[in-house]
Design a protein around this ligand. Structure first.
Ligand code: PEP
Ligand code: MN
Length: 353
Protein backbone atom coordinates (compact mmCIF):
# COMPACT_ATOMS: atom_id res chain seq x y z
CA UNK A 1 0.00 0.00 0.00
CA UNK A 2 1.55 3.25 -1.07
CA UNK A 3 -1.10 5.94 -1.16
CA UNK A 4 1.27 8.88 -1.17
CA UNK A 5 3.88 7.83 -3.71
CA UNK A 6 4.09 11.27 -5.35
CA UNK A 7 4.10 13.28 -2.16
CA UNK A 8 6.78 11.09 -0.62
CA UNK A 9 9.07 11.31 -3.64
CA UNK A 10 11.99 13.72 -3.62
CA UNK A 11 11.72 16.64 -3.12
CA UNK A 12 9.18 16.06 -0.37
CA UNK A 13 7.64 19.33 0.82
CA UNK A 14 5.80 20.00 4.06
CA UNK A 15 4.57 23.57 3.77
CA UNK A 16 1.87 25.13 5.92
CA UNK A 17 1.46 27.30 9.01
CA UNK A 18 3.09 26.66 12.35
CA UNK A 19 -0.39 26.44 13.90
CA UNK A 20 -3.92 26.05 12.64
CA UNK A 21 -5.50 29.23 13.99
CA UNK A 22 -8.91 29.46 12.31
CA UNK A 23 -10.76 27.67 9.56
CA UNK A 24 -10.28 30.65 7.26
CA UNK A 25 -6.52 30.91 7.92
CA UNK A 26 -6.07 27.17 7.28
CA UNK A 27 -8.13 27.13 4.08
CA UNK A 28 -6.63 30.29 2.59
CA UNK A 29 -3.06 29.22 3.31
CA UNK A 30 -3.73 25.76 1.89
CA UNK A 31 -5.28 27.17 -1.31
CA UNK A 32 -2.38 29.53 -1.91
CA UNK A 33 0.19 26.80 -1.34
CA UNK A 34 -1.64 24.24 -3.51
CA UNK A 35 -1.65 26.63 -6.48
CA UNK A 36 2.13 26.31 -6.76
CA UNK A 37 2.81 23.06 -4.95
CA UNK A 38 -0.01 20.58 -5.68
CA UNK A 39 2.15 17.70 -4.40
CA UNK A 40 2.79 19.40 -1.10
CA UNK A 41 1.93 17.77 2.22
CA UNK A 42 0.05 20.48 4.11
CA UNK A 43 1.28 20.94 7.69
CA UNK A 44 -0.31 22.71 10.66
CA UNK A 45 0.10 22.23 14.40
CA UNK A 46 -3.13 21.64 16.29
CA UNK A 47 -1.87 21.06 19.84
CA UNK A 48 0.84 23.59 20.63
CA UNK A 49 2.00 23.55 24.22
CA UNK A 50 4.63 26.29 24.09
CA UNK A 51 7.87 26.24 26.05
CA UNK A 52 6.14 28.24 28.78
CA UNK A 53 2.40 28.25 29.50
CA UNK A 54 0.20 31.26 29.04
CA UNK A 55 0.34 31.99 25.33
CA UNK A 56 -1.65 30.42 22.47
CA UNK A 57 -1.68 26.65 22.99
CA UNK A 58 -3.23 25.56 19.70
CA UNK A 59 -6.84 25.38 18.55
CA UNK A 60 -7.14 21.71 19.57
CA UNK A 61 -9.53 19.07 18.23
CA UNK A 62 -11.80 21.39 16.14
CA UNK A 63 -8.76 22.34 14.04
CA UNK A 64 -8.49 18.75 12.80
CA UNK A 65 -11.65 19.32 10.79
CA UNK A 66 -10.28 22.51 9.25
CA UNK A 67 -7.25 20.51 8.20
CA UNK A 68 -9.19 17.65 6.66
CA UNK A 69 -11.45 20.16 4.88
CA UNK A 70 -8.35 21.86 3.46
CA UNK A 71 -7.03 18.48 2.33
CA UNK A 72 -10.29 17.54 0.64
CA UNK A 73 -10.58 20.84 -1.17
CA UNK A 74 -6.98 21.11 -2.40
CA UNK A 75 -6.08 17.42 -2.80
CA UNK A 76 -3.03 17.81 -0.57
CA UNK A 77 -2.52 15.21 2.16
CA UNK A 78 -2.52 16.86 5.58
CA UNK A 79 -0.19 16.32 8.51
CA UNK A 80 -0.09 17.43 12.13
CA UNK A 81 1.97 16.80 15.27
CA UNK A 82 0.96 14.16 17.79
CA UNK A 83 2.36 13.75 21.27
CA UNK A 84 -0.12 11.46 23.00
CA UNK A 85 -2.34 8.45 22.34
CA UNK A 86 -5.41 10.72 22.45
CA UNK A 87 -3.89 12.91 19.72
CA UNK A 88 -3.34 9.84 17.53
CA UNK A 89 -6.89 8.64 18.03
CA UNK A 90 -8.36 12.06 17.29
CA UNK A 91 -6.25 12.34 14.10
CA UNK A 92 -7.24 8.90 12.84
CA UNK A 93 -10.90 9.68 13.47
CA UNK A 94 -10.67 13.01 11.64
CA UNK A 95 -8.93 11.44 8.62
CA UNK A 96 -5.56 13.20 9.01
CA UNK A 97 -3.27 11.56 6.43
CA UNK A 98 0.16 11.69 8.07
CA UNK A 99 1.62 12.52 11.48
CA UNK A 100 4.80 13.99 12.84
CA UNK A 101 6.41 13.58 16.23
CA UNK A 102 7.85 16.78 17.67
CA UNK A 103 11.34 17.36 19.04
CA UNK A 104 10.09 17.50 22.61
CA UNK A 105 8.38 14.12 22.25
CA UNK A 106 11.20 12.26 20.48
CA UNK A 107 13.31 12.69 23.62
CA UNK A 108 10.87 10.54 25.57
CA UNK A 109 10.80 6.80 24.72
CA UNK A 110 7.72 6.30 26.97
CA UNK A 111 5.73 8.77 24.88
CA UNK A 112 7.09 7.46 21.57
CA UNK A 113 6.22 3.87 22.50
CA UNK A 114 2.67 4.87 23.42
CA UNK A 115 2.27 6.63 20.07
CA UNK A 116 3.74 3.62 18.25
CA UNK A 117 1.31 1.28 20.04
CA UNK A 118 -1.63 3.51 19.17
CA UNK A 119 -0.54 3.42 15.50
CA UNK A 120 -0.32 -0.40 15.20
CA UNK A 121 -2.29 -1.62 12.20
CA UNK A 122 -2.73 1.83 10.62
CA UNK A 123 0.35 2.11 8.39
CA UNK A 124 0.08 5.88 8.21
CA UNK A 125 3.30 7.77 7.27
CA UNK A 126 5.07 9.25 10.30
CA UNK A 127 7.83 11.86 10.34
CA UNK A 128 10.12 11.89 13.39
CA UNK A 129 11.82 15.15 14.30
CA UNK A 130 15.23 14.98 15.93
CA UNK A 131 15.21 15.23 19.73
CA UNK A 132 16.03 18.70 21.08
CA UNK A 133 19.37 17.42 22.42
CA UNK A 134 21.97 16.07 20.00
CA UNK A 135 21.48 12.38 20.79
CA UNK A 136 21.45 10.32 17.62
CA UNK A 137 20.56 7.06 19.40
CA UNK A 138 17.43 8.63 20.83
CA UNK A 139 16.41 9.77 17.35
CA UNK A 140 17.10 6.33 15.84
CA UNK A 141 15.33 4.69 18.80
CA UNK A 142 12.14 6.63 18.11
CA UNK A 143 12.29 5.71 14.41
CA UNK A 144 12.77 2.04 15.29
CA UNK A 145 9.84 2.02 17.73
CA UNK A 146 7.54 3.15 14.90
CA UNK A 147 9.04 0.71 12.40
CA UNK A 148 8.54 -2.12 14.89
CA UNK A 149 4.90 -1.10 15.23
CA UNK A 150 4.57 -1.97 11.52
CA UNK A 151 4.75 1.55 10.05
CA UNK A 152 6.40 1.21 6.61
CA UNK A 153 6.85 4.87 5.91
CA UNK A 154 8.82 6.38 8.75
CA UNK A 155 10.80 9.48 7.78
CA UNK A 156 13.10 11.79 9.74
CA UNK A 157 13.14 15.58 10.08
CA UNK A 158 16.24 17.55 11.00
CA UNK A 159 14.96 20.64 12.86
CA UNK A 160 18.18 21.65 14.61
CA UNK A 161 19.29 21.31 18.23
CA UNK A 162 19.12 23.42 21.37
CA UNK A 163 22.37 25.01 22.31
CA UNK A 164 23.40 27.19 25.23
CA UNK A 165 25.67 29.25 23.08
CA UNK A 166 24.19 32.17 21.20
CA UNK A 167 24.02 31.36 17.59
CA UNK A 168 22.67 32.96 14.44
CA UNK A 169 20.32 29.99 14.21
CA UNK A 170 17.31 29.46 16.46
CA UNK A 171 18.17 25.76 16.72
CA UNK A 172 21.67 24.96 15.53
CA UNK A 173 21.84 22.57 12.57
CA UNK A 174 24.12 19.59 13.14
CA UNK A 175 24.74 18.29 9.64
CA UNK A 176 27.31 15.74 10.85
CA UNK A 177 24.56 14.06 12.90
CA UNK A 178 22.33 13.92 9.83
CA UNK A 179 25.15 12.38 7.79
CA UNK A 180 25.70 9.83 10.55
CA UNK A 181 21.97 9.02 10.56
CA UNK A 182 21.95 8.57 6.78
CA UNK A 183 25.01 6.35 6.98
CA UNK A 184 23.42 4.12 9.59
CA UNK A 185 19.98 4.04 7.96
CA UNK A 186 20.60 4.41 4.19
CA UNK A 187 16.98 3.75 3.24
CA UNK A 188 15.56 6.35 5.59
CA UNK A 189 14.27 9.54 3.99
CA UNK A 190 15.42 12.65 5.82
CA UNK A 191 14.00 16.10 5.33
CA UNK A 192 15.05 19.46 6.74
CA UNK A 193 12.85 21.82 8.76
CA UNK A 194 14.54 24.99 7.58
CA UNK A 195 12.13 27.20 9.56
CA UNK A 196 12.90 25.95 13.05
CA UNK A 197 16.64 25.81 12.33
CA UNK A 198 16.61 29.39 11.00
CA UNK A 199 14.12 31.13 13.27
CA UNK A 200 14.31 33.99 10.78
CA UNK A 201 13.19 34.11 7.13
CA UNK A 202 16.55 35.55 5.97
CA UNK A 203 18.36 32.36 6.88
CA UNK A 204 15.86 29.92 5.36
CA UNK A 205 17.21 29.92 1.76
CA UNK A 206 20.78 29.07 2.76
CA UNK A 207 19.69 26.37 5.22
CA UNK A 208 17.34 24.88 2.63
CA UNK A 209 20.07 24.92 -0.04
CA UNK A 210 22.54 23.27 2.31
CA UNK A 211 20.01 20.50 3.00
CA UNK A 212 19.54 19.92 -0.74
CA UNK A 213 23.29 19.93 -1.34
CA UNK A 214 23.62 17.21 1.28
CA UNK A 215 21.12 15.20 -0.75
CA UNK A 216 18.33 15.36 1.85
CA UNK A 217 14.91 14.33 0.59
CA UNK A 218 12.89 17.46 1.17
CA UNK A 219 11.96 20.51 3.19
CA UNK A 220 9.54 21.66 5.86
CA UNK A 221 8.90 25.41 5.73
CA UNK A 222 6.35 27.23 7.88
CA UNK A 223 4.06 29.29 5.67
CA UNK A 224 1.29 31.63 6.81
CA UNK A 225 -1.00 33.96 4.85
CA UNK A 226 -0.10 36.78 7.23
CA UNK A 227 2.97 35.98 9.33
CA UNK A 228 2.85 39.32 11.16
CA UNK A 229 -0.29 38.27 13.02
CA UNK A 230 0.57 34.56 13.44
CA UNK A 231 -0.27 33.23 16.90
CA UNK A 232 2.92 31.14 17.10
CA UNK A 233 6.38 31.45 15.53
CA UNK A 234 5.42 34.75 13.86
CA UNK A 235 9.07 35.70 13.41
CA UNK A 236 10.00 32.73 11.24
CA UNK A 237 6.95 32.21 9.01
CA UNK A 238 6.80 33.38 5.40
CA UNK A 239 3.93 34.06 3.01
CA UNK A 240 3.05 31.63 0.19
CA UNK A 241 4.39 34.21 -2.30
CA UNK A 242 7.76 34.41 -0.54
CA UNK A 243 7.81 30.61 -0.31
CA UNK A 244 7.32 30.38 -4.05
CA UNK A 245 10.18 32.71 -4.93
CA UNK A 246 12.41 31.05 -2.34
CA UNK A 247 11.73 27.66 -3.90
CA UNK A 248 12.42 29.02 -7.40
CA UNK A 249 15.81 30.21 -6.17
CA UNK A 250 16.90 26.78 -4.90
CA UNK A 251 19.23 24.63 -6.94
CA UNK A 252 18.24 20.97 -7.13
CA UNK A 253 21.35 18.97 -7.90
CA UNK A 254 21.48 15.33 -8.87
CA UNK A 255 23.00 12.74 -6.56
CA UNK A 256 24.74 11.31 -9.63
CA UNK A 257 25.39 12.10 -13.29
CA UNK A 258 25.18 9.71 -16.25
CA UNK A 259 28.12 11.33 -17.96
CA UNK A 260 30.91 8.74 -18.65
CA UNK A 261 33.72 11.29 -18.46
CA UNK A 262 32.43 12.55 -15.14
CA UNK A 263 32.51 9.00 -13.73
CA UNK A 264 36.03 8.33 -15.00
CA UNK A 265 37.34 11.62 -13.59
CA UNK A 266 35.54 11.02 -10.29
CA UNK A 267 37.00 7.52 -10.03
CA UNK A 268 40.50 8.82 -10.67
CA UNK A 269 40.20 11.61 -8.11
CA UNK A 270 38.69 9.25 -5.55
CA UNK A 271 41.53 6.80 -5.93
CA UNK A 272 43.95 9.67 -5.30
CA UNK A 273 41.93 10.61 -2.22
CA UNK A 274 42.19 7.01 -1.00
CA UNK A 275 45.99 6.96 -1.44
CA UNK A 276 46.26 10.31 0.36
CA UNK A 277 44.17 8.92 3.21
CA UNK A 278 46.55 5.95 3.45
CA UNK A 279 49.50 8.35 3.66
CA UNK A 280 47.71 10.39 6.32
CA UNK A 281 47.09 7.31 8.42
CA UNK A 282 50.68 6.13 7.95
CA UNK A 283 51.92 9.56 9.07
CA UNK A 284 49.77 9.26 12.19
CA UNK A 285 51.18 5.81 12.96
CA UNK A 286 54.72 7.21 12.66
CA UNK A 287 53.84 10.21 14.83
CA UNK A 288 52.26 8.09 17.58
CA UNK A 289 55.27 5.73 17.60
CA UNK A 290 57.55 8.73 18.14
CA UNK A 291 55.20 9.92 20.91
CA UNK A 292 55.62 6.53 22.59
CA UNK A 293 59.42 6.82 22.44
CA UNK A 294 59.27 10.33 23.94
CA UNK A 295 56.93 9.00 26.63
CA UNK A 296 59.43 6.35 27.59
CA UNK A 297 62.20 8.98 27.97
CA UNK A 298 59.93 11.22 30.02
CA UNK A 299 58.99 8.33 32.28
CA UNK A 300 62.62 7.43 32.71
CA UNK A 301 63.63 10.98 33.61
CA UNK A 302 60.53 11.62 35.74
CA UNK A 303 59.37 14.46 33.52
CA UNK A 304 55.67 15.47 33.17
CA UNK A 305 53.65 14.38 30.18
CA UNK A 306 52.17 17.77 29.41
CA UNK A 307 54.74 20.28 28.16
CA UNK A 308 52.63 23.34 27.59
CA UNK A 309 55.30 25.44 25.80
CA UNK A 310 56.05 22.69 23.35
CA UNK A 311 52.33 22.21 22.66
CA UNK A 312 51.84 25.95 22.01
CA UNK A 313 54.83 25.92 19.70
CA UNK A 314 53.46 22.99 17.66
CA UNK A 315 50.03 24.56 17.37
CA UNK A 316 51.31 27.99 16.30
CA UNK A 317 53.68 26.50 13.77
CA UNK A 318 51.14 24.15 12.22
CA UNK A 319 48.41 26.82 12.05
CA UNK A 320 50.82 29.16 10.28
CA UNK A 321 52.04 26.41 8.00
CA UNK A 322 48.56 25.15 7.14
CA UNK A 323 47.06 28.62 6.68
CA UNK A 324 49.76 29.57 4.22
CA UNK A 325 48.77 26.49 2.18
CA UNK A 326 45.10 27.48 2.21
CA UNK A 327 43.84 25.29 5.07
CA UNK A 328 41.34 26.79 7.49
CA UNK A 329 42.98 27.82 10.80
CA UNK A 330 40.15 26.57 13.01
CA UNK A 331 40.22 23.22 11.23
CA UNK A 332 43.97 22.82 11.91
CA UNK A 333 43.41 23.82 15.53
CA UNK A 334 40.68 21.20 15.98
CA UNK A 335 42.76 18.56 14.22
CA UNK A 336 45.84 19.23 16.35
CA UNK A 337 43.83 19.32 19.57
CA UNK A 338 42.63 15.83 18.72
CA UNK A 339 46.12 14.62 17.84
CA UNK A 340 47.53 16.14 21.02
CA UNK A 341 44.78 14.58 23.13
CA UNK A 342 45.61 11.17 21.69
CA UNK A 343 49.35 11.71 22.25
CA UNK A 344 48.67 12.54 25.91
CA UNK A 345 46.48 9.47 26.22
CA UNK A 346 49.22 7.25 24.81
CA UNK A 347 51.83 8.65 27.19
CA UNK A 348 49.47 8.43 30.19
CA UNK A 349 48.87 4.76 29.43
CA UNK A 350 52.64 4.26 29.31
CA UNK A 351 53.16 6.07 32.63
CA UNK A 352 50.57 3.83 34.26
CA UNK A 353 52.26 0.62 33.18
C1 PEP B 1 6.53 22.67 14.73
O1 PEP B 1 6.91 22.08 13.71
O2 PEP B 1 5.71 23.58 14.72
C2 PEP B 1 7.16 22.32 16.01
C3 PEP B 1 6.62 22.60 17.17
O3 PEP B 1 8.32 21.72 15.83
P1 PEP B 1 9.47 21.19 16.83
O4 PEP B 1 8.94 19.94 17.46
O5 PEP B 1 10.58 20.95 15.87
O6 PEP B 1 9.77 22.28 17.82
MN1 MN C 1 6.53 26.31 14.73
Amino acid sequence: MNRFREQLTKPITLFGPCSAESEQQVLETARRIAEKFPNNIFRAGVWKPRTRPGSFEGAGDPALHWLSAAGKETGMPVITEVATTQHVEACLKAGIDMLWIGARTTVNPFAVQEIADALKGTNIPVFVKNPINPDLSLWIGAIERLQKAGIDQVLAIHRGFHSFETDVYRYAPRWEIVIDLKTRMPDLKVICDASHISGDPVLIPSVAQKALDLDLDGLMIETHINPAVALSDAKQQITPAVLHSLFEGLVFRKADADDKDFHRKLLELRSRVDSTDDLLLQALVTRMNLIKQIGEYKKDKQVTILQIRRWEEILTRQIAHGSSSGLDASFIKKLYELIHEESIRIQTELFNQ
